[in-house]
Design a protein around this ligand. Sequence first.
Ligand SMILES: O=C[C@H](O)[C@H](O)[C@H](O)COP(=O)(O)O
Length: 267
Amino acid sequence: MLLKVYATAILKHSGAIRKYSQCNSNAKMSLEEAKQFAARRAVDEYIKKDCIFGVGSGSTVVYAVQRLAERVETENLKVTCIPTSFQSKQLIIKHKLTLGELETHPVIDVTIDGADEVDAEMTLIKGGGGCLLQEKIVASCSKKFVVIADYTKDSVKLGDRYKKGIPIEVVPMAYVPVQNKIQALYGGEVKLRKAVAKAGPVVTDNGNFILDWIFTDQDLKWDKVDNHLKMIPGVVETGLFVRMCEKAYFGQPEGNVIERFGIGTVL
Ligand SMILES: O=C[C@H](O)[C@H](O)[C@H](O)COP(=O)(O)O
């Protein structure tokens, strides 16, 4: 009898686990699909002919590069790709696309990139994956800068959904004074980002550290904050992208894509 009760309990438990993991993998699936919908739509709308294309970084951009590679192959497009990180350079090479650089192509027609959060005014938090500096340089050299994201990145105010704070790239020797100055100026908490599969801090593609500033005041004027932070010696760049983005595509779990327009003009 006891054995029977025990066996039934195990069966119920494993059923629950199966159901739970199926649920989890469905949610993960629809998130990936949402990224893919947004990425495909943006590439199809923005890449109409031969062009110089800025390739952002992160997991959503992977789908944009896949789509671009398909179209280059089938439509015989001549697209030169400018990377924004080691990861995006690897993606360009993997898909046998033409790799360029800012030295030879300082003006980019369009850059498509991901974001960690997009607010109602189209201010972005970027750098969750540690790639903000080259991304901002490439965006600033682009005639058009477009964001692709899944529905979880769509916010009213920065900090509503992305809780990890604003990434700030700093010169390693300055990280403690910069941490202290930001906390004294704006409050909140500034943390040195730790690596996951390495002891110690994350080191960016540019040999710098990343600070994540968990801010408390969501009503700050982000353009002023961005400029102010960059006045602190040791700050290289921030993950705040203000008035740079002209359009954001948010892939939805149902398969549709919501679009939001900004006043973003970078060049
Ligand atoms: O540092 C990473 C970049 O700014 C990414 O574009 C951003 O974190 C969004 O990445 P994902 O598409 O993986 O959400």
